[in-house]
Design a protein around this ligand. Structure first.
Ligand code: NAD
Length: 452
């Protein structure tokens, strides 16, 4: 008899398994594919590996001459890039395997089927358990007309076919995946078209954040069609001919490939649906991650709420503590969002577009006015701070900058623990660093930024 059986070994499932084991529980984790799930095998880790390759290539081309480094010719080798990608993914996966063993968790590499609320089947084996955690994850959303057209890629297909990446590609969806793949492909000199349905790419971000990235993509030759809808796609030999439409204006785009990046949907198999679990868009839970069935929990993308690996991991931790009899509540108030564009984007808390202008002060400080940014020859981007007018508490930060994804943690702490602008500016920031851009943006709330 297990204390807990976890279905799905993505970031939600494996982190929860380790924490449960640390809390003295007997745990099995069942995974039909690879340890690490989408994030390790076809998401966060492979994309960030490729983006690191593309970023270095970009930097060599754009900065070496200025930095006094002579490079006669620069080229890339997709086979080697693919080998590096495989090494990083395999190492990450093996690392998880080691941790699963170290924590004495039973790993079962099979498809799990829930028999009833205390029994899970794998092949001919029926396992008994006190609790079940659903961590089945998500898969790319595919809908008409794209589901009936041969050879359309989603992010899942990209890494399998890395050596055959096309010279031209139409990316449908200018969200996080669309922008990250566009950044990679355009940095390697491929022709990229983005079609986005909403008013601007990265529609959940503020317009100024989106525009900064749009400018950077345009500089790389990306063609961006916002407020456009793909109305027809035909295949002519090796090429896809797509018709897109904006208010009756039709544009034709010819590309070797189409990558669909229009969001993800939760994986909720029939056996899960049959046990009488409450489902909205995804599996419904309370803030203890418990479903309507008292010994069944759901964590990560299967909830179809905030589909981010770091949120999934934390939901796994919360579920583990509650199963172990402690009270732990999920707090979604200061969830960082990170986008590995170039420059990077990182945000936390409220966005300017969602804030009441009467109640907040918005302060922006440009990357170009920061000394460290000059030393690395970066001038694009800004930090925007949103503070409550009366209390001067920091309630939102958006960063568009090199290293934004690392810098955001200062903002996460400020928003989560309700820091005031004075508390943040009284903390001495190291010089010269990009973190001073945050300091100066916060000083700007009181009109007291030094370097502008
Ligand atoms: P997304 O929701 O971020 O973006 C989808 C985009 O497609 C949206 O901008 C939407 O307006 C657009 N769209 C929808 N239908 C369309 C249509 N018919 N034509 C044109 N545009 C259309 O989804 P995603 O980029 O596919 O990412 C999926 C999930 O994975 C997200 O939850 C994302 O947060 C997560 N993810 C996170 C990271 C990261 O944290 N860095 C990286 C990749 C993916």
């Amino acid at each position: 008899m297990y204390d807990v059986i976890i279905i799905g070994a993505g970031p939600a499932g494996y982190v929860s398994a380790i924490r449960l084991s640390q809390l003295g529980k007997k745990v099995a984790i069942i995974e039909k594919e690879y340890l690490g799930g989408t994030c390790t095998n076809k998401g966060c880790i492979p994309t960030k590996t490729l983006l690191s390759c593309a970023h270095l290539y970009d930097e060599i081309i754009s900065k070496s001459n200025k930095f006094g480094i002579n490079i006669n010719s620069v080229s890339y080798d997709l086979n080697k890039m693919d080998n590096y990608l495989t090494t990083v993914v395999t190492q990450t996966r093996k690392g998880i395997e080691y941790l699963i063993k170290k924590n004495k968790i039973d790993f079962i590499n099979a498809t799990a089927e829930i028999v009833d609320t205390n029994h899970v089947k794998t092949g001919n084996n029926i396992l008994e358990t006190k609790n079940i955690i659903l961590a089945h994850g998500s898969e790319p959303a595919v809908f008409p007309p794209f589901n009936s057209i041969e050879g359309i890629w989603t992010s899942d297909d990209f890494f399998i076919n890395l050596k055959d990446i096309p010279n031209s590609i139409l990316i449908v969806g200018g969200g996080v995946i669309g922008v990250e793949f566009a950044t990679f492909l355009a940095s390697l000199g491929k022709k990229v078209y983005i079609v986005e349905l909403m008013d601007h790419i990265l529609p959940t971000e503020d317009l100024d954040v989106s525009q900064e990235i749009k400018r950077s993509l345009l500089r790389k030759g990306v063609e961006i069609y916002e407020k456009n809808k793909v109305i027809n796609v035909e295949k002519d030999g090796k090429m896809y001919i797509s018709k897109i439409e904006e208010n009756g204006k039709i544009t034709e785009i010819n590309s070797e490939k189409i990558l669909l990046a229009v969001g993800r949907k939760p994986v909720i198999p029939e056996d899960v649906k049959k046990i009488g679990i409450e489902i909205n868009k995804g599996i419904k839970t309370d803030l203890n991650m418990r479903t309507n069935i008292s010994n069944i929990y759901a964590i990560g993308d299967i909830r179809a709420d905030i589909m981010l690996a770091h949120v999934a991991m934390y939901e796994g931790i919360v579920a583990a503590h509650n199963i172990a009899g402690e009270k732990k509540i999920m707090d979604y108030n200061a969830v960082p969002n990170v986008i590995f564009s170039n420059p990077e984007i990182a945000t936390v808390g409220i966005k300017e577009k969602d804030a009441n202008p009467e109640e907040v002060i918005v302060s922006k400080f440009p990357v170009s006015a920061n000394a460290r940014a000059r030393t690395i020859n970066e001038k694009n981007g800004f930090v925007k701070v949103i503070a409550d007018k009366r209390s001067k508490k920091i309630i939102g930060i958006s960063i568009v900058s090199q290293n934004a994804t690392e810098m955001i943690m200062e903002g996460v702490l400020a928003v989560k623990y309700g820091m005031t602008t004075n508390q943040l500016t009284d903390a001495i920031h190291p010089h010269p660093t990009l973190s001073e851009i945050i300091l100066e943006a916060v000083e700007g709330v009181e009109g007291k930024a030094i370097h502008i």
